[in-house]
Design a protein around this ligand. Sequence first.
Ligand code: HXC
Length: 514
Amino acid sequence: MPLKRKILELQKRKEEILQGGGEKAIAKQQAMGKLTARERVIALLDEDSFNEYDLFVEHEARDFGMESKVLHGDGVIIGTGTIYGAPVAIFAQDFTVAGGSLGLMHARKITKIMDYALKMRIPLIGINDSGGARIQEGVNSLAGYGEIFFRNTLASGVIPQISVILGPCAGGAVYSPALTDFVFTVDNISKMFITGPEVIKTVLGEEISMEELGGARVHSEITGNAHFFAESEMECFDQIKKLITYIPWNNTRKARKFEPKDPKPEFNIDEIVPGDPKQPYDVRDVIRSVADDSDFFEVQEYWAANIVVGFGRINGDTVGFVANQPLMLAGVLDVDSSDKAARFIRYCNAFSIPLITLVDLPGYLPGVDQEHAGVIRHGAKMLYAYSEATVPKITVILRKAYGGGYIAMSSRHLRADFVFAWPGAEIAVMGPEGAANIIFRKEITEAEDPDKMRRLKVKEYKEKFANPYVAAAKGYIDTVIEPSETRKLLIHALDVSVSKVVDKPWKKHGIPPF
Ligand code: HXC
């Protein structure tokens, strides 16, 4: 056969495979408001950058009538491309082909691209849209998931792993996204759960929709499984692209440097934090008042909002911000906020992203609920994550830093490299009211006018401890600064930390309070 005819044959074969599950299945996908797998990959990657592999893979299932079924690409697309010029490896499950279900060859395609991403040390993006384990393929499907989970764990902390939930992700399939670094969701499209509504109805007799059980809002606001929430697939792809600009390709490289830009003048750092320690404010405004171009890319915005985490840039370089949020529960640490911050700190540390911590909190949240939910175990994760982190760590105490909260929020004692405090900082074992009530109980109860005595004692306590100078006198904080000096000092601190070295005792790995 002449080459020309062979080329024509190749084109015909490709064309057929590119039909995916066919017109009817594609129409159903569109009716659900979803793009097809190929459209998604094209929309996410740089124009003309996608190269597909294993297009001609065929399934090998022989039971339950599968032998006569043609499943184009076996329901998953794999390949490489670029995002703003950065190389990425990608897979996208094609729901139009057997519901994107995962059989042996489908899994092999995914593990092939995972191996490739790890070998080439480039980010991996997985688009999930699948009915889960392909029922007809039995244990081969389960084996496939196991192979994926193993690789997720092996690659963790080496290359960025991004999961995008754009359809069902049910049963054990949810554990691959859960093992990855960032999970992106889209309203009304993402569905993640271990046991679906049918099972829940059969076993528990309860009726619940897929959306209420495990939709994008549920995972972005309640469970914390998702890191990003978008209204549409295109918005979701913009979020992924933005994330890629902040993170390095792998754990041996630095994130891309951008042209430094001053913060926008509307974020006036002198006017954000109120003098009254009980008055709330949005700590994200403080972040925007120091970050390049006032740009802050928040992670897990809608979950555990009493702590704020996310990426920004200082003088062109990516940094990770961790900040108590006085707008929500006065910025206390609790079970969920400790989990959220600890994981983010570990991400930044794994990928050499310096940490900037902004402190303003009354401590850990008291109460039976928190105690019984395991605030001891979860709270310890913060201490572990900060102590373990060897990236440059810079702390700014904006206002309150009480009790365990003072220690946990990247204090000198957990080896922060620089600790700065604003003049309104209050560093103490607890708030003045609580402290005065305990240590001056006798004087207050025995006084002729207990209220007056309490006020006096609170004032006395405040004068003695509720300021930054006691801690500064001990060297626990390096200097007291004016708010307007903060950005300049952050730039300087990052500059002098570029070749930071930390010696640690040898260990196989630690045992964090997971
Ligand atoms: C084989 C599957 C499939 C599966 C869907 N399909 N899921 N084929 N194995 N797991 C097929 C359907 O038969 C159908 O084929 C096509 O995909 C589209 O599915 P529909 O049901 O028509 O779509 P829809 O109505 O949108 O419903 C989507 C769905 C539903 C909610 C995901 O398909 C469903 O409940 N699937 C089963 C989910 C499940 O229980 N999976 C196993 C989970 S256990 P045709 O030919 O008719 O177009 C698991 C274990 C992993 O995953 C363990 C790892 C440790």
